[in-house]
Design a binder for this molecule. Structure first.
Ligand SMILES: Cc1cc2nc3c(=O)[nH]c(=O)nc-3n(C[C@H](O)[C@H](O)[C@H](O)COP(=O)(O)O)c2cc1C
Length: 249
């Protein structure tokens, strides 16, 4: 196994960081690695906002549902899907790009680009011995996040990435069985097979929680996900995105 693969396979989210800021060099390396990711048609439809200002970090932590590690980390990045610069370049080149920028397809392109860049950043950080935790909690209130970070139309903050020196390292969460995720030549739709794989996984996850919590938690994964999905959360999103002049057609 090479170092890249062992870094990737060693991933776990870190939620306790030492009080030690990242150096400018570390920040540059992480962002350069994000930018090195492949990008649909070279469109580069994302921006990354590093948040250092303690008052802003505190406010973001509150907005994210009081997640302390949004405030207490080595650096906090906010990854944004960004078609604002494409609006500017349309103006500059005197071309009507507006209809295209408002399409669902271009919105998807921006989401995909942002996620690919972010995961490169995450792996780069982990390869430097740092820990990371993605923060989707910032989507609780994107209107406020946009205000705090002065974000223009056609830019949607998607998630944060808390990075820092791990103060507490937790165990790794086992993933779904390989066979359940990887299909060959055709999608496995046999319900019995699918459910059997999920049952196997439930057992693995129940054991994982049991060990991690000294027997307090025994959640099965399907139970956990069904409870999660039963709740309708952040239902304002479609309206918010369209108000920001994306995903309109
Ligand atoms: C886009 C995204 C958003 C996430 N948001 C949060 C968050 O707001 N708070 C948090 O503690 N973890 C968050 N996570 C981390 C997941 O909970 C975590 O990756 C998952 O439980 C698997 O655990 P692992 O990363 O330790 O393997 C997020 C992960 C992703 C990919």
């Amino acid at each position: 196994m090479n170092d890249v693969i062992s870094t990737i396979l060693n991933h776990r989210s870190i939620r306790h960081f030492e009080d030690k800021p990242l150096t400018e060099e570390q920040i540059r390396t992480i962002v350069s690695c994000a930018q090195a990711a492949a990008t649909s048609s070279f469109i580069q439809a994302y921006s990354i906002i590093g948040v250092k200002e303690p008052v802003k970090k505190k406010k973001l932590a509150e907005l994210a549902g009081n997640q302390e590690y949004v405030e207490k980390n080595g650096h906090f990045f906010v990854f944004c899907a960004d078609l604002y610069r494409h609006s500017l370049l349309g103006e500059k080149e005197d071309k009507n790009v507006e209809a295209s920028l408002e399409s669902t397809e271009k919105f998807m392109v921006a989401l995909i680009d942002t996620a690919l860049a972010a995961q490169n950043a995450a792996i780069a950080a982990e390869s430097l011995g740092l820990g990371i935790c993605y923060i989707g909690g910032i989507r609780n209130n994107l209107e406020e996040v946009k205000k705090i970070l002065h974000i223009p139309d056609r830019v949607i903050p998607l998630f944060g990435l808390a990075v820092g020196y791990p103060a507490k390292v937790t165990g790794q969460k086992p993933r779904l069985p390989f066979e359940h995720v990887y299909h060959e030549d055709e999608y496995e739709q046999n319900k019995e097979v699918n459910l059997h794989q999920l049952d196997d996984y439930n057992e693995i996850i129940a054991n994982y929680y049991q060990q991690r919590t000294n027997g307090v938690r025994k959640d099965r994964w399907t139970e956990q996900m069904a409870a999660l999905l039963e709740k309708q959360t952040r239902m304002y999103m479609k309206e918010f995105i369209q108000k920001n002049k994306l995903d309109l057609r």
